[in-house]
Design a binder for this molecule. Sequence first.
Ligand code: AMP
Length: 204
Amino acid sequence: MKLLFMGVQGSGKGTQAKIISVNLGIPHISTGDLLRGASEQLRKEIDSYITVGYLVPDELMLKVLKERLSLEDCKKGFILDGYPRNLVQAKKLDEITSIDEVIEIQISDEEAVIRAIYRVTCGKCGEGYNTKTNPPKRAGVCDKCKSALTKRADDNEQAMLKRIEICHKETEPILKYYDSVRINGEQKIEKVTEDILATLEIKS
Ligand code: AMP
């Protein structure tokens, strides 16, 4: 099954993609993570876009994504999180693969900003926390693997407002292009997962 998870930054699409990838036994591919983990050579250029909240150029993004999708573990499907972000990317994706379902996780802009500002992530295992609503037991330390928690450079109010603006302007038109299914993202994590799985079951 080839799935796209869409939604404004902070909507929980990464969290849900992680859970559902385990559930369905297919990899979770976050284009943000791919870019943040790119080679030293590409990082300087990539960071110049990411840290201020802009999208990296489509060609560069597509190159990185194509490499990832060509790996063996994507043969039986994948969950794509963070791509496509505009219509050009959506059309390019159609040229390289076919998508079965598009899930949109919906939250308000106000909630998105609050979630991002308080978000911290484990640098080692990737576990996510919110210092306001879901803090780690010890400040700055991951409950699961005891590694240090880090804050993304673009999880600040200014970059978030830019990311949200781009999302409304460039990413949302894709939802019509795909005929996506909308899920309420302002519910408990478990309930959002339940709603997504129910949708996939009905549709499969
Ligand atoms: P994310 O982790 O999905 O919030 O992405 C973080 C940042 O990576 C975005 O603000 C963009 O700068 C960049 N990025 C991620 N996915 C894409 C994409 N599909 N196209 C262009 N830039 C992207």
